[in-house]
Design a protein around this ligand. Structure first.
Ligand SMILES: [Zn+2]
Length: 137
């Protein structure tokens, strides 16, 4: 086996063991991007809502349909954002207290701030065993 082959093999093994962590990092950065997009989306919807309310007030005409639609869109975006933040917390091993909302280690059984019972720690995926493919040369 040449030196180059050795290097390639070693790199492959490292890639296999760090693959999970890398995937988590990729997932986390994708979630962060999505969270940022949602935040600006929500912000612009609030602005639209404000403009709509202003127009309605000025004109005296109520466009409740457009108003309700915007409120529903904001609600949907907020729900999605909450879900993304929850996924990010899970990746970081954090859990939000259902009572007071502070983020705490998901190893804790009770909230360190208010003492509320925390949700059960999600069952961790078993680490994938690294298969040794050393059959001798
Ligand atoms: Zn709490």
């Amino acid at each position: 086996m040449s030196f180059v082959d050795n290097v390639i093999n070693t790199t492959k093994n490292v890639a296999a063991t760090t693959g999970k962590k890398t995937n988590e990092a990729i997932r986390a950065s994708k979630l962060k991007i999505k969270s940022g997009q949602l935040n600006s989306e929500i912000k612009s919807k609030y602005e639209k809502l404000g403009a709509l309310v202003y127009d309605m007030s000025k004109s005296g005409e109520k466009d409740t349909e457009a108003f309700d639609a915007l409120v529903a869109e904001i609600d949907a975006a907020n729900t999605e954002l909450t879900d993304i933040e929850k996924q990010l917390d899970e990746l970081k091993g954090k859990v939000a207290c259902p009572s007071c909302g502070i983020k705490t280690d998901n190893d804790n059984a009770f909230c360190p701030k208010c003492g509320a019972k925390l949700p059960e720690k999600p069952v961790e995926e078993a680490e994938e065993p690294v298969v040794e493919e050393d059959m001798g040369e």
